[in-house]
Design a protein around this ligand. Structure first.
Ligand code: FAD
Length: 380
């Protein structure tokens, strides 16, 4: 892996690769790793049932290895039956793959989170209304990793995402904004592939991502794009309510958020990770924004067609995270919404920060692979 392939400014961004690696290593990765473990950020509300709006069930939901299933009472370890917080009854607990370590956590009382309103995201398809189909998932117990979900079902999703919603560039006529949608999706795809492969399938990671400079570049782009959204929303996120009924943990969450949002090292080295102000400027701006918004909404809806529940969970979370970044950067105080002030849902903030953390992990992985390859080259 040639590390020097990735030097200079990240295309369409405002910081260079070396700075991103350095900031990620020194500041962002450690902070984000701590943040996603806090009670506020580790529970994600999601509807996991198959409800694909595009094609009928192809039997994919029966994949045992990645399905979320109800655990028989006797299969569940005693420890997990004890509610962590203000618990719901223990028979509400579910587990994934029949393994307790992959348990879906139903123990959180929805009243534990206060001060957040229901608000629409114009970029996503999700219906966030609370109902009995919504599950709280403890993300720490369900990490994104290899599940064996592959073949035509997985391929159909990626094909639909790329060909129906964001045609691959370089297509001459593709404008900056369309390129950005493609880059965000490709960057997310790189990150997902890295997480699938990084534990033990190193060759896979190399084959799918590291061998393709543009896929790595798109990963860096996506990271900076999401980072810009987080820092742009700093004042809102600083004021937000992180109360989960655990004062010590909640204070820590707030403090970590402040360190992330107003980080002097970040502000000095990369004050504007991405400059959104230059987009949607032309005559076609508003029309283009509507078109891209509809395309992204379709991508968001496609996540309901992902045939492996754990993959669907992370697919939905990360696409919601991207949708939240798009909402922050483009739907508030923009030309067509100038009167609007930013309002985020709790779930959007959880998705945004968890997405940033996944991207940060992938950047770290790519950087370390590059550094290891350099050392190897020096030794030969
Ligand atoms: P795929 O990753 O399926 O890629 C399909 C094609 O897309 C490639 O052949 C290539 O032409 C193109 N492509 C690949 N990467 C990029 C990129 N970065 N930019 C642009 N084009 C690219 N599997 C798991 O094991 N765990 C998971 O958590 C998981 N989550 C998933 C989430 C979603 C939303 C989806 C759709 C799939 C998920 N999968 C997961 C499946 C996984 O992404 C792959 O589809 C699967 O591993 C098969 O890989 P593949 O080698 O066929 O290539």
């Amino acid at each position: 892996q040639d590390k020097h392939r990735y030097s200079g400014i990240v295309e369409d961004c405002c910081c260079d690769y070396e700075t991103v690696d350095h900031l990620n290593e020194e500041v962002l990765h450690p902070l984000l790793q701590d943040l996603v473990k806090t009670p506020f950020f580790r529970y994600f509300k999601v509807k996991l049932w198959c409800n694909c709006p595009f094609w009928p069930d192809d039997g994919m939901c029966r994949l045992r290895d990645c399905s979320v299933c109800e655990c028989p009472e006797n299969e569940f370890p005693e420890l997990f039956k004890k509610p962590y917080h203000h618990g719901l009854p223990s028979d509400d607990l579910k587990c994934q793959e029949g393994k307790p370590q992959a348990a879906v956590d139903h123990t959180l009382d929805s009243k534990a989170f206060r001060g957040w309103t229901e608000t629409d995201n114009p970029w996503t398809y999700d219906d966030e209304t609370d109902n009995s189909e919504m599950t709280y998932v403890n993300l720490q117990l369900n990490p994104e990793r290899y599940t064996g979900y592959t073949g035509p079902s997985a391929r159909r999703i990626w094909d639909a995402v790329y060909s129906e919603n964001c045609p691959k560039y370089p297509a001459e006529e593709l404008c900056q904004e369309e390129k950005i949608l493609y880059k965000l999706i490709s960057g997310l795809h790189s990150s997902i592939s890295i997480h699938i492969a990084s534990d033990y399938l190193l060759d896979e990671a190399t084959n799918l991502v590291l061998r393709y400079p543009n896929r790595v570049q798109n990963l860096y782009f996506t990271f900076l794009f999401v980072l810009r959204a987080v820092t742009k929303a700093a004042d809102y996120l600083e004021q937000a309510e992180y109360d989960t009924g655990n004062p010590t943990e909640d204070l820590k969450t707030h403090s970590l958020m402040r360190q992330l949002l107003y980080n002097p090292k970040l502000q000095a080295a990369c004050p504007l990770p991405f400059d959104e102000a230059k987009l949607w400027k032309g005559q076609r701006g508003p029309e283009l924004k509507q078109k891209i918004q509809a395309q992204f909404k379709n991508i968001s809806a496609l996540m309901d067609c992902v045939g492996c529940e754990k993959c669907r969970l992370w697919g939905k979370l990360q696409v919601l995270g991207l949708g939240t970044a798009l909402k922050i950067l483009f739907s508030v105080n923009g030309e067509d919404h100038s009167h609007q002030t930013l309002e985020l849902q709790r779930n959007e903030v959880i998705a945004l920060i968890n997405l940033l953390n996944r991207l940060s992990e992938s950047i770290k992985f790519v950087h370390e692979m590059g550094a290891a390859a350099e050392k190897l080259n020096e030794g030969t």
